[in-house]
Design a protein around this ligand. Structure first.
Ligand code: NAP
Length: 434
């Protein structure tokens, strides 16, 4: 008899876990994967920047997993709302939670509630066509935007705001965002690191990419690098980033380019100013001097956090589900950002998911987790169609995918995404053409 496992979440960690389970040779495994959205692939679809198509090509690996006869996809099914975690325990031999950390963290400074300040999760979701964020349109009629944070998401956002719109014309950027970015009047994007450049979380390839944007200046103050350079014990990665920043600082004529990215360091933001909307960001230097940077748009790219899943434990401090090598408790497991926090690149989730799968299988072998017996696949399917009549299976997703790609092909783009759940469902279930 096969083991039936539920995987909650269809992002990279969910798919890597499913692939590993279905690839086991000594045990026969079936995987039912759930996603609250009709569309699979989590952050690969809704997080990776539109101008990074190579990173998105990992979906080919996930698609192969999805074609395995032991795999079923249940999109548009919300675990916690349509089906409880306790029910999943009863229906399956074990459950892996891989639903990610989709909430944008707040910086905790006054003025964050002002219109014009967006968590990066919202802005990234907006330009990637995530249904939750399709209406989060930023006002790009101002001359300067400030991006708070020094991670790769801050760099992604700065690059998206700076890119000549022509470069986005051949990407899968959401249509609504393409139009708004095309009308953008932003000339300067200031990226604020609260610590020195030696502590920047962004990685070298992303930093190098910033220096190659057509028609976009990059402004760095050599004094910031000099202040950092005193320490000789930096890793190669840090040294390479400092050297790249020094190259940028030495470039001439950058600050007069019509559009530019300014990388500022040791500039902790302490307040967002504004009345009806954002007008500037106050930064306070280590010696207490304050400066207000005028800006009409602020993006907080200070990290992500998970949200609690009803019925499961949750570490509020870290925004993760407490676990031991992926085990929440025997029979319940966790993988990806909701397991280890929002860190690493897409591939990091592979090792993370494999650890979880190993823990799960070892628990079954050791008798640490004794299966109580699962419901037959057909019965689960029937129960699910009662709970979520508009569920989208993998075949329906394939129809959505083909529809998006067809729309894209007419405009020389890889796809034009559907951004509303009802239209995804309509296309997937072949009710009408959207
Ligand atoms: P991150 O790498 O953890 O960076 C968060 C940044 O926010 C840090 O610079 C941090 O500074 C800063 N920060 C935190 N709280 C702050 C506050 N209150 N005020 C000012 N700054 C604050 O997170 P992320 O950028 O959201 O990225 C998440 C993960 O996705 C990362 O692993 C990233 O590499 C990955 N990612 C990869 C790519 C890619 O490969 N192209 C693209 C996007 C994202 P401190 O260091 O001072 O705390």
């Amino acid at each position: 008899m096969s083991i039936r496992i539920a995987v909650v979440g269809s992002g990279p960690s969910g798919f890597y876990a499913a692939g590993s389970l279905l690839g086991q040779t000594d045990v026969d495994v079936e995987v039912d994967m759930f996603d609250r959205l009709p569309t699979p692939f989590g952050l690969v679809r809704a997080g990776v920047a539109p101008d990074h198509p190579k990173i998105k090509s990992v979906t080919r690996v996930f698609d192969k997993t999805a074609r395995h006869p032991g795999f079923r996809y249940y999109g548009n099914v919300d675990i916690g709302r349509d089906v409880s975690t306790a029910e999943l325990d009863d229906w399956y031999d074990a459950v892996i939670y891989a639903h990610g950390a989709g909430q944008g963290k707040r910086g905790g400074i006054p003025g964050e509630e002002l219109p014009g300040n967006h968590p990066a999760a919202e802005l990234v979701g907006w330009y990637n066509g995530h249904p939750d964020h399709r209406t989060a349109e930023p006002d790009l009629s101002c001359r300067r935007a400030v991006v708070i944070g020094n991670g790769n998401v801050a760099i992604d956002v700065a690059r998206m705001l700076a890119l000549p719109v022509g470069e986005l014309a051949t990407t899968d950027i959401a249509d609504h965002a393409f139009k708004v970015l095309g009308d953008s009047r932003i000339e300067e994007i200031v990226v604020l690191g609260r610590r020195g450049p030696e502590h920047a979380a962004f990685t070298l390839p992303e930093l190098l990419e910033l220096g190659k944007l057509d028609g976009v200046g990059i402004v760095v103050d050599q004094a910031d690098i000099d202040a950092a350079a005193a320490d000789a014990d930096f890793s190669t990665a840090v040294r390479d980033k400092l050297a790249t920043l020094a190259d940028y600082a030495a470039r001439e004529g950058q600050s007069t380019m019509p559009r530019r990215i300014v990388l500022r360091f040791s500039a902790p933001p302490t307040e967002i100013r504004g009345d009806d909307t954002v007008t500037g960001v106050v930064v306070t230097s280590p010696n207490g001097d304050t400066e207000t940077i005028p800006a009409g748009l602020v993006v907080h790219a200070v990290g992500y956090a998970g949200t609690p899943m009803p019925g499961l434990p949750f570490d509020e401090q870290r925004g993760v589900i407490p676990n031991d090598a992926g085990r929440i408790s025997p029979g319940r497991y966790v993988a990806g950002w909701i397991k280890r926090g929002p860190s690493g690149v897409i591939g990091t989730n592979r090792a993370c998911a494999l650890e979880t799968v190993n823990t799960l299988l070892q628990d079954l072998r050791d008798g640490r987790h004794v299966r109580s017996g699962h419901l037959p696949a057909e019965l689960v399917h029937r129960l699910l169609t009662q709970r979520a009549p508009e569920l989208v299976d993998y075949e329906a997703w394939t129809a959505i995918d083909a529809h998006e790609c067809d729309r894209g092909a007419q405009h020389g783009r890889p796809r034009i995404k559907l951004t509303q759940v009802p239209e995804m469902v309509a296309v997937g279930l072949n009710r009408r053409s959207a």
